[in-house]
Design a binder for this molecule. Structure first.
Ligand code: DQA
Length: 154
């Protein structure tokens, strides 16, 4: 159907947003036994290669409101949204509400597996509004998430 083709083309031409929350700027030196030794820059470079012709927008912030602003932006500008909200995963109703209102497929990523860690990490405000979650595979989780996102929008 011509209508469908038009819509799909629109989604495909939009970038995949990859948003990272607090302390993920410290990757590489922060608890490498848990989070690995790749920096966020290393991860971004690999995702750019994996993306090929597709576009990605890759950002990190330590500020909850900025993350909320970017989720709102993704709702109109992105084809899909990958989010590692760091500790805001476990605390932020504002982020949950922004994601709930976001009109594109959401994939949640964590380097570690929060479900296998401290009990305060078991509460999750992102998972209920995500299409799916990839956790526990280290930096490779971002690549798995991007593959899933690209499949969703192509
Ligand atoms: C994390 C898991 C969170 O519990 C933690 O607060 C982080 C990183 C992860 O990628 O494993 O900052 O999101």
């Amino acid at each position: 159907m011509s209508g469908d083709t038009e819509q799909d083309g629109d989604k495909m031409s939009k970038p995949v947003y990859i948003l990272n929350g607090p302390n993920l700027n410290l990757l590489g030196t922060r608890e490498p036994d848990i989070y690995g030794s790749d920096t966020l820059g290393d991860i971004e470079a690999r995702l750019n290669t994996l993306a090929g012709n597709a576009k990605i927008v890759f950002r990190q912030t330590n500020h909850e409101g900025e993350l909320v602003d970017w989720v709102q932006e993704a709702s109109t500008q992105a084809g899909a949204l990958i989010v590692n909200a760091g500790a805001y995963t476990h605390t932020s109703v504002a982020l949950h509400d922004a994601l709930r209102a976001c009109d594109v497929p959401i994939i949640e990523v964590h380097l570690s597996n929060p479900a296998a860690r401290e009990s305060f990490r078991k509460r999750n405000f992102v998972a209920p509004v995500a299409k799916g979650t990839i956790a526990g595979f280290g930096a490779q989780g971002y690549e798995l998430a991007l593959q899933a996102a690209l499949k969703l929008i192509t």
